[in-house]
Design a binder for this molecule. Structure first.
Ligand SMILES: Cc1cc2nc3c(=O)[nH]c(=O)nc-3n(C[C@H](O)[C@H](O)[C@H](O)COP(=O)(O)OP(=O)(O)OC[C@H]3O[C@@H](n4cnc5c(N)ncnc54)[C@H](O)[C@@H]3O)c2cc1C
Length: 385
């Protein structure tokens, strides 16, 4: 970026909602120049993939492994976008086995849970690649300047112009702003960004815009579900006992089992290097707290192996782990929003030239990829009118 360059639009965040929005926006505004600013090293956000430097060829989806679309209201915008992703071979129907485990470790085909209502889809590549491919879909990514490893900590709106400041003091200017994360609009920003006022509140003072005041009020009541994900790099030749060969195999634990083993679901992922990766999810708050406090990560890892082996001790398809496999642990402070969802009517303020998208908006896709995609599609329409 040349010094003093002003973008038509800046998007904060590089998760799936930001990518859907950017792709749709550019298709209808081919001459506009936009910037996408993301604190992480690449695209994907909470639907991303861990690429191990130590283990070549290992790409494990450690956030959302796939996406499910309920769309029971038959939203045409969402339906046609999913069709577009299917036609362009970015996603395909995911017919992997999803089962729930009960107390006796008996298997039961899953019905209608949060993550498998409607139709399940998987990315044809990894989840991070899905976001990358969405941006590339219309060959307009040359109109985007990407700034990775850049954390925005301050927002300013003056003379119809947005100025964003990063943690390192870099300034970015634009006519319009899209926040695909609510971090800069939520009270958790005070601690995480070490600021003394919520950045959006500072940029747009109280009583200047009713929509922004309402949005901040709703967000004040929104909380977040923390999660731990354990990525297990299995040893050479580790495989299922049976001949299962689909990309994923997912085991959900019924509540009593989840409480016992501190595991919410176990997702097996067969990788391009012919290895079988395993990702364990936990949202048990006591377990997460004990991990945060632990001084001995190895002991914690042994607990994970032991819980895994006890859980699958009599299972007909899953082999035991030897307990010397490598594990990496990811702590998600805010894996999904919970509680109060923000109404979609508050998504866009023309007066302040700012829009919002993400899974934190109301609707049946709330807290899931479905909601992220739909909010991005709806926001793009609001920019047009
Ligand atoms: C472990 C886990 C499992 C999940 N499982 C499922 C599932 O099975 N199915 C499902 O549908 N959903 C699932 N979800 C939820 C799903 O991942 C999210 O709903 C979806 O990815 C949200 O996308 P988004 O674009 O709205 O937000 P995000 O992906 O969070 O994108 C926002 C981006 O903004 C960046 N950012 C934030 N603040 C700043 C800043 N100040 N400066 C610069 N960048 C910033 C963040 O790094 C992030 O990349 C899961 C989530 C997790 C964590």
């Amino acid at each position: 970026m040349k010094k003093g360059f002003k973008y038509d639009l800046i998007i904060i965040g590089g998760g799936i909602s930001a990518c859907v929005f950017a792709s749709k926006y550019l298709r209808n505004n081919t001459t506009k120049k936009i910037a996408l600013i993301e604190v992480g090293r690449g695209l994907g956000g909470r639907s991303s993939t861990r690429i191990s430097k130590r283990f070549k060829g290992w790409r494990l989806n450690h956030g959302a492994p796939n996406l499910n679309i309920c769309n029971s209201k038959n939203d045409f915008l969402l339906k046609s976008y999913i069709d577009e992703l299917l036609e362009n071979k970015l996603i395909k129907i995911d017919d992997s086995e999803i089962v729930s485990l009960d107390e006796e470790a008996n298997l039961e085909t899953m019905k209608n849970s949060e993550f498998n209502c409607g139709i399940n889809y998987q990315s044809l590549f990894s989840m991070s690649q899905l976001s990358e491919n969405i941006i590339e879909l219309n060959n307009l990514s040359a109109n985007i300047d990407f700034y990775f490893e850049t954390l925005i900590v301050d927002l300013e709106f003056d003379n119809d112009e947005w100025t964003l400041t990063s943690k390192d003091g870099d300034k970015f200017k634009s006519n319009y702003l899209v926040c695909s994360t609510n971090l800069l609009s939520h009270k958790r920003s005070l601690k995480i960004l070490k600021v003394d006022q919520i950045p959006l509140r500072k940029a747009i003072p109280k009583n200047k815009d009713k929509k922004i005041d309402l949005l901040l009020n709703f967000l004040d009541k929104q909380s977040f579900i923390p999660r731990l994900t354990f990525l297990i790099y299995t040893n050479e030749n580790y495989n299922f006992k049976d001949l299962y060969s689909k990309k994923y195999r997912c085991f959900y634990l019924k509540k009593s089992l989840e409480n016992k083993y501190k595991i919410e679901r176990v997702i097996f992922q067969s990788l391009d290097n012919n290895k079988l990766g395993i990702v364990l999810h936990s949202k048990n708050i006591d377990f997460i707290n004990s991990y945060t406090k632990t001084k001995d990560e190895n002991l914690f890892k042994q607990k994970i192996f032991s819980n895994f082996n006890r859980l699958f001790a009599n299972n007909a398809s899953v082999n035991q782990l030897i307990c010397n496999e490598e594990i990496s642990i990811m702590k998600w402070r805010a894996s999904q929003p919970s509680g109060c969802a923000v109404p979609l009517s508050l998504q866009f303020s023309r007066k302040y030239r700012i829009g919002f998208c993400g899974d934190w908006f109301e609707g049946e896709g709330f807290a899931r990829i479905e909601g992220s995609i739909l909010s991005a599609l709806k926001l793009e329409k609001k920019f047009k009118t």
